[in-house]
Design a protein around this ligand. Structure first.
Ligand code: XMP
Length: 530
């Protein structure tokens, strides 16, 4: 809803140059935002239903992009852009569905099908006329683009001219230079339109953006916004040691110093050395007020004898909230709770299909806390994508090795220990994991892998070491490549690496006598084992 804009004191309030992306439900709308951010332009995505004329006045965009979408403008009642978009006097770029609604709304025509649908790679060739947003295009006489349309523009709106055509899209690129309206049938934001980023870069240049979206500027703006929002009050922050909560904590600490208290819950399911690392980093180096809540007995006690994955997750999730609340209650005049919410969580994409999605796993979060405790939220990362959070972390002086760490899930080692969790198994798992990660680092593979860990299996196997029989646990190594954790592929280690790692684990970790490598992709597997 519009609270992304009117909520007080987010950094975007202080950023003057904003581009508005109106979302018609395309699968790749987020990529438009990524491309623009790469050009140091601040933009926000809002679903078309929310973008009223009043919204436009308040948002005050310097340019507007109309995204693609799955609907057909020929269908009665299909989505439209608010008319105000075309009277604001700012540059507008329509993409695919955005192009078609733009043409329809400005007096052109769109037709369905009739053999002109186009899906996949196509080549656009230029017409005689030149267009500023196409600077650097057509150097080889044509450009590869990615098409995905059933409908096509059959008549362009008055004032528009054609600047590029493809075999199935005679109006692949059109524009009305006098009004700075541009429209393309293809998707310049996707990888398969190799020169697409250049088109966005030209568009924002033409719209007069100065490129004020830098991490240095963001840091200053975010600090000012946090101070304004929080005033003299106290903020509490659940610090997990992950990148998002760490960067949020350091940023807030820079803004309000001792008015911030972090709570680090040690549930006994952390990796080797992790608790010490977090405490040293934040309490000793950054001099933050940090409560190290050692609640291992509580969590491991409640988990004792439990082997069902969902039950384990639910126990951890509930205890986490109870424990956090207990410590937070001890902090006087805490009025705010800091969260490391990121922009992809904020974007409300338009749901055309409706239907509830299936719960694969109950993800661990502290979602219900603010209402329960009557706290307001401070979310200083809600305008950022993950890679921007990393950039901000470096800007704030967090070590690169810390910022680049693989993601670690809230329920920790519990979901890497299928079956019953025991302290003995956790200790073995911690050691094996440390050897595996050491191997990956030594071979220079850490940054190529999205996430890597060991899972200890609920099965003992027979082995032979020296002259003796062993009967110890088997473990599985997991390493995946991924962009966002939604899909993943297993990492293709060399056989020598796997052999060497297996030998090291078996030699160095008492309790494990067999090592396997998990070669399942996601889907059908998930990254974690539970
Ligand atoms: P799956 O196993 O669902 O994991 O393929 C995808 C990514 O999410 C992480 N993960 C979690 N992160 N709380 C978290 O903060 C959770 O409950 C949780 N479960 C899975 C997992 O490590 C992977 O990066």
């Amino acid at each position: 809803m519009t609270d992304q804009i009117i909520a007080p004191a987010t950094a975007s309030d202080i950023i003057h140059e904003k581009l508005l992306i109106i979302d018609f439900g395309s699968q790749v709308t987020q990529l438009i935002a990524r491309r623009l951010r790469e050009s140091s332009v601040y933009c926000e995505i809002h679903p078309y239903q929310n973008v009223t004329d009043a919204f436009l006045t308040e948002f005050n965009p310097k340019a507007v992009i109309l995204s693609g979408g799955p609907d057909s403008v020929t269908r009665e009642g299909s989505p439209r852009a608010a008319d105000g978009v075309f009277t604001l006097g700012v540059p507008v770029l329509g993409i695919c569905y955005g192009q078609q609604t733009m043409m329809t709304q400005l007096g052109g025509k769109v037709e369905s099908g009739h053999g002109t649908a186009e899906f996949g790679r196509a080549f656009v060739t230029p017409t005689e006329a030149k267009l500023a947003i196409l600077d650097g295009w057509f150097e080889d006489g044509k450009e590869q683009v990615w098409m995905s349309h059933g409908d096509h523009v059959s008549e362009i709106a008055p004032g528009f001219e054609v600047y590029g055509t493809s075999p199935n899209a005679p109006y692949a690129i059109t524009g009305d230079v006098s009004r700075n309206f541009y429209a393309v049938q293809f998707h310049p934001e996707v990888h398969h339109t190799p020169n697409g980023a250049k088109l966005y870069e030209n568009f924002v240049k033409l719209a007069g953006f100065s490129g004020d979206w830098t991490m240095g500027a963001y840091r200053e703006q975010a600090i000012a916004a946090i101070r304004e929002q929080v005033g003299d009050n106290h903020v509490i922050c659940g610090l997990s040691g992950g990148v998002d909560s760490s960067v949020a904590a350091v940023l807030i600490h820079e803004a309000i110093g001792d008015q911030l208290t972090c709570v680090f819950v040690d549930h006994g399911l952390l990796r080797k050395g992790e608790a010490e690392e977090v405490v040293t980093m934040f309490r000793d180096n950054y001099k933050m007020k940090l409560i190290h809540a050692d609640e291992q007995e509580l969590f491991l006690g409640e988990l004792d004898g439990q082997s069902d994955p969902e039950t384990k997750r639910k126990i951890i999730g509930k205890l986490f909230i109870d424990v956090f609340q207990k410590y937070a209650n001890e902090i006087e005049d805490a009025k705010f709770l800091a969260q490391g919410t990121l922009y992809p969580d904020v974007i409300e994409s338009v749901s055309f299909s409706g239907g509830p999605s299936v719960t694969i796993k109950s993800h661990h979060n502290v979602g219900g806390l603010p209402e329960k405790m009557g706290l307001k939220l401070v979310e200083p990362l809600r305008e950022l994508f993950k890679d921007e959070v990393r950039e901000l972390g470096v800007e704030l002086g967090l070590p690169k090795s810390f910022i680049g760490r693989h993601p670690f899930p809230g329920p920790g080692l519990a979901i890497r220990c299928p079956g019953e969790i025991t302290r003995a198994k956790l200790d073995i798992l911690r050691e094996a994991d440390a050897v595996y990660i050491d191997q990956i680092r030594k071979h220079g593979l850490y940054d190529d892998i999205w996430q890597a860990f060991v899972a200890i299996l609920p099965v003992k196997t027979v082995g032979v070491m020296g002259d003796g029989r062993t009967y110890d646990y088997a473990c599985a190594l997991r390493a995946v490549t991924s962009v966002d954790g939604m899909t993943a592929d297993y990492y293709p280690f060399e056989h020598d690496f796997l052999g060497e790692t297996a030998t090291r684990i078996i030699n160095e970790v008492p309790g494990i006598n067999r090592v396997t490598y998990d070669i399942t992709s996601k889907p059908p597997g998930t990254i974690e084992w539970e």
